[in-house]
Write a protein that binds this ligand. Structure first.
Ligand code: HEM
Length: 405
């Protein structure tokens, strides 16, 4: 795809320029995060600049991830994607706002993510996993991304906001084209399609409210006023994108890892009570999001001169894969003490759905490992990692020996 290469502007020192194209696909064993960890070893600076995708800065250290994400005065979420022309007409809301405005709208949403609401919702992943396995177990294999990974979080999210199951395929295609487009044109069309779908859903809920989260948001007030149709549409898009793709992507990387590491998998099979802690280590090892920010003013930052309107991207791998934050970061160690891992971001926009995601991942693993404790990646399979603001395996063919009664 066209990544719009630009000439470095005068504020970029030549020693900070490296190749990094966020949309370049990776082929091999599917370990995108391991590849990212290798950047440190190949001498990529902690904060570098790439001419790809309109030219932008890239964070490559846990410390700098925190510095960027906790300073919304300097690093605004107003534009959060590269190249900047990919910004949606109605951007996800309120993630595109900065404090203090953002704080008021986030408060409206946060009630929907209390443990009382998300625990029973996320736990439905167990029942769904059993249903899906019933459908393909006897085949002795499945294409995990298409047959499990995307279906689970989407089904749960759709129940949360009252979207009928019949819309699942349509939504899946739009989200995938938006986040991992083959061409910029495809992503623009998908953005329009997704926004139209969200707007139509908002209109329906306003006309005939139900008992779902969207209907409640339609009735919520900020500073004594109902949210506008644009704001509600942007919120719906944010909930769709936040809830659908990220969980699916983490599930894919996790299963690719467990399929290739029987000794780690058996630890979880033999001690299912350790799965909740293991989920935290898997989130650290397999972060999937990259967060974009636009610089609000000229400023000195970690030894470079930033200019107003420079774009900065913060891959969340830059924390979990940093040797200064974690010993042997590419190793999965279920006994590792993980206090903070960056996979859910940091600062005012820290993921609202993190608890829901954790419950979904835990419940899925408990259900899957109880039914299919031994599985492997299909022999000879070469995997493709679709890259972009969220990275995910394109497909993951898994196999197992069918137990005969
Ligand atoms: C493993 C799964 C997930 C990952 C890795 C993830 C990651 C993230 C990250 C890194 C951010 C910060 C964005 C930024 O700073 O620009 C974020 C924000 C957000 N996430 Fe998640 N997320 C996950 C699951 C979910 C789920 C299941 C939902 C809800 C259905 C959700 C809803 C949100 C929302 C609403 C925000 C915006 C918060 C704000 O702007 O204040 N996420 N997520």
């Amino acid at each position: 795809m066209n990544t719009r290469q630009v000439t470095p502007p005068p504020n970029v020192p030549s020693g900070r320029i490296r190749h990094y194209d966020i949309y370049e696909r990776l082929r091999g064993d599917g370990d995108f995060q391991g590849w990212f960890a290798g950047l440190q070893d190949s001498g990529y600076p902690d904060f570098f600049w790439t001419p790809a995708n309109g030219g932008h800065w890239v964070v490559n250290s846990g410390e700098i991830l925190n510095d960027v994400l906790t300073d919304p005065d300097l690093f605004s979420s107003r534009v959060a994607i590269v190249p900047v022309e990919r910004q949606m007409e109605t951007p996800p809301f309120p993630i595109s706002l900065d404090p203090p405005e953002h704080t008021r709208y986030r408060a409206v949403l946060s009630g929907a993510f209390s443990p009382r609401v998300v625990t029973p919702l996320g736990e439905q992943a167990g029942e769904l996993t059993h249903d899906l396995i019933d459908g393909f177990y006897e085949r002795g294999g499945c294409e995990f991304m298409g047959e499990v990974s995307y279906i689970l979080p989407i089904s749960i999210f759709m129940r949360m906001v009252g979207i009928p199951d019949a819309h699942r395929e349509k939504l899946l295609v739009l989200v995938d084209e938006l986040i991992r487009p083959a061409e910029v044109d495809e992503s623009e069309a998908a953005a329009r399609g997704l926004t139209d779908y969200a707007r139509e859903t908002v209109r329906q809920r306003r006309a005939s409210p139900g008992d779902d989260l969207l209907s409640r948001l339609c009735q919520a007030e900020v500073d004594g006023e109902l949210l506008s149709e644009d704001q509600l549409t942007g919120m719906t898009v944010l909930l769709l994108l936040g809830g659908l793709d990220t969980v699916a992507a983490v599930l894919g990387f996790t299963m690719n890892y467990l399929a290739r590491h029987p000794e780690k998998r058996r630890q979880l099979v033999d001690h299912p009570d350790t799965i909740p802690k293991a989920v935290e280590e898997l989130l650290r090892r397999f972060p999937v999001s990259t967060l974009g920010r636009i610089v609000t003013r000229d400023a000195e930052f970690h030894g470079v001169q930033l200019k107003k309107d420079d774009m900065v991207i913060t891959p969340t791998m830059s924390h979990g894969m940093d040797k200064r934050e974690f010993d042997s970061p590419t190793e999965v160690d279920f006994s590792r003490k993980v206090v903070f891992h960056g996979a859910f971001g940091n600062g005012p926009h820290r993921c609202l759905g993190s608890m829901l995601a954790r419950v979904e991942l835990r419940t899925f693993l408990q259900a899957w490992l109880s039914r299919i404790p031994e599985f492997r990646v299909k022999a000879g399979a070469e995997l493709t990692v679709d890259t972009g603001m969220v990275v995910a395996l394109h497909d993951l063919p898994l196999e197992w020996d069918v137990a005969r009664q």
